[in-house]
Design a protein around this ligand. Structure first.
Ligand SMILES: Cc1cc2nc3c(=O)[nH]c(=O)nc-3n(C[C@H](O)[C@H](O)[C@H](O)COP(=O)(O)O)c2cc1C
Ligand code: FES
Length: 381
C-alpha cells in the first residue's frame, strides 16, 4: 500500500480515510446527493453521510461547510448568480439586487417554502456576455438577466467567440478548422515510446497554462515514471475573465483527452483524472461524454488499441471552491477533504494523490500536446 504521508508530517484525515478504504470521491458525491434539495444546514445531514463510509462526523462536516456548492442551501430550484469581476463590472453589481428581487430570495439563502435558492458564484465562463447566471444547469447571460430568469425575456447564452489567424492553430484546430481528434494517440500508443513523447515535449519548451508557466517536461520528468503515477487534468479555471478552458472542454474535449493520454503515456501513468468545475455543467457533460466515447473507441481501458498499455480515465466535478484549483488543494479535494492547500515540499510529483506520484497539468497545457507530437517539438518552439 502507498504510504499516506511523509514520515515527518502526519495527516490524520488522510490516514483515517486510507484505513476506511479511501472513500474520497464517494464521500463527496454522497454529500452532494444529501445536499440536493435540502435547505437544512450541513449539521443535519452530513454526519450520517460520514457514518455511512465509516468516518467520524468531522470528516463530512469539514467539506460540507467548506465547498460553496455543499454549504449553500438548495431549494427545488437552485440558481447560481455570478458575482465575479466581469459580471460585477457589467452593471456595477445591480444585477444581483435585481435577481434577488425577481426570485424573492437573498443571495446565500432559500425561500421559506424551500422552492427557490440563490447562490453567488464567482465566474460561470460567460464574462464576455455578462452578467450571467445558471438556473439549475441552464445558463443565462446578458443585461436583462432577472427578466430572463423570470421568463419575461428570451434566454441568452451566446457561444464563446473563437478565431485563429495563424493558419495552423495549436489549440483551436478542432474548434475553428474542423480538424479531427484522435489522430495522434492511436499511432503513438502502438508504435511510439514514452521517451519519444517526453523528448518532443521537452524540445517544444511547452510551459504550463495553469498560471505558473512551469516547464511541462521538467514536471513529467520529476514524476520519474514511478509505479502508481497519476495524471490530473486541471479544469477548475476559477479566474474571473477566463473561459479558454471552458471553450476547450465544451467544444473539443477530445483534444484535452488526447493530450491527457499522451501525458499518461510519457509519465508511465495508468490513471488519469479530469477535474471540471461545477460552474461549467456543459463542460462536465461534454467531457464525460467524450470519455465514454474514448473508451468505446479503444483509446482508453485495458490494452489500449491492443497494446500492453492500460489507461483508466474519469471525470470528477468540483465543489465550488476557487482555492481547490491549486494543485495540492485539488488533490485534497479528490481525497474527500476540504480543498485547502498543503505545504510543499513534498511536491505532488513525489507525493500526491493518496501519496502516489502525481502530475497536475492544466487542461489547456494538455491540449497542446497532440499538436506538438504531430508536428514535432522544434516546430512548436
Ligand atoms: C489559488 C490557486 C488557484 C489555482 N487555480 C487553478 C485553476 O483553476 N486551474 C489550473 O489549471 N491551475 C490553477 N492553479 C495552478 C495549479 O496549482 C497548478 O500549478 C497547475 O494546475 C499546473 O498545471 P500547468 O503546469 O499545466 O500550468 C491555481 C493555483 C493557485 C495558487
Ligand atoms: S465573471 Fe461572471 S461569468 Fe465570468
Amino acid at each position: 500500500m502507498i504510504p499516506v504521508g511523509p514520515a515527518d508530517r502526519f495527516d490524520a484525515f488522510r490516514a483515517l480515510a486510507d484505513r476506511r478504504g479511501r472513500p474520497g470521491r464517494r464521500l463527496f458525491e454522497s454529500l452532494a446527493e444529501a445536499r440536493a434539495g435540502t435547505t437544512d444546514s450541513p449539521g443535519t445531514w452530513a454526519p450520517a453521510v460520514a457514518a455511512d463510509v465509516g468516518l467520524p462526523a468531522a470528516a463530512a462536516l469539514g467539506p460540507a461547510g467548506y465547498y460553496a456548492d455543499l454549504a449553500s442551501p438548495h431549494g427545488r430550484r437552485h440558481v447560481r448568480v455570478c458575482a465575479g469581476t466581469a459580471c460585477f463590472a457589467a452593471q456595477a453589481g445591480q444585477h444581483l439586487t435585481e435577481v434577488e428581487y425577481e426570485l424573492g430570495v437573498s443571495v446565500g439563502l432559500a425561500s421559506p417554502d424551500g422552492e427557490t435558492s440563490l447562490q453567488a458564484v464567482h465566474c460561470l465562463g460567460y464574462c464576455y456576455a455578462g452578467p450571467a447566471a445558471l438556473d439549475g444547469g441552464t445558463p443565462h447571460a446578458g443585461p436583462a438577466l432577472a427578466g430572463q430568469l423570470a421568463g419575461r425575456e428570451p434566454r441568452r447564452a451566446p457561444a464563446i467567440p473563437a478565431a485563429d489567424d495563424t493558419g495552423d492553430p495549436v489549440l483551436l484546430g478542432g474548434v475553428v478548422a474542423g480538424e479531427l481528434p484522435w489522430q495522434v494517440w492511436p499511432q503513438v500508443v502502438t508504435t511510439g515510446t514514452p521517451d519519444e513523447v517526453q523528448r518532443e515535449v521537452a524540445a517544444s519548451g511547452l510551459r504550463g497554462r495553469g498560471g505558473a508557466g512551469f516547464r511541462v517536461a521538467s514536471k513529467w520528468e520529476a514524476a520519474d515514471r514511478a509505479p502508481g503515477t497519476v495524471v490530473l487534468a486541471n479544469g477548475d479555471e476559477g479566474d474571473p475573465g477566463s473561459y479558454a478552458d471552458r471553450l476547450l472542454m465544451e467544444v473539443e474535449p477530445e483534444r484535452v483527452l488526447e493530450g491527457l493520454a499522451l501525458a499518461c503515456f510519457a509519465c508511465g501513468a495508468r490513471q488519469g483524472v479530469i477535474l471540471v468545475r461545477s460552474e461549467y455543467p456543459l463542460a462536465l457533460a461534454r467531457m464525460r461524454e467524450a470519455v465514454g466515447q474514448a473508451y468505446d473507441d479503444g483509446h482508453f481501458g485495458r490494452s489500449v488499441h491492443a497494446t500492453n498499455t492500460s489507461l483508466e480515465v474519469e471525470v470528477v466535478a468540483g465543489g465550488g471552491s476557487y482555492v481547490a484549483g491549486e494543485e495540492t488543494a485539488l488533490i485534497a479535494s479528490l481525497e474527500g477533504d476540504r480543498g485547502c492547500a498543503r505545504p510543499r515540499p513534498p511536491y505532488p510529483t513525489g507525493h500526491g494523490l493518496w501519496g502516489a506520484p502525481t502530475v497536475v497539468n492544466n487542461v489547456e497545457t494538455l491540449a497542446s500536446v497532440p499538436w506538438i507530437i504531430a508536428r514535432g517539438g522544434e516546430t512548436y518552439a
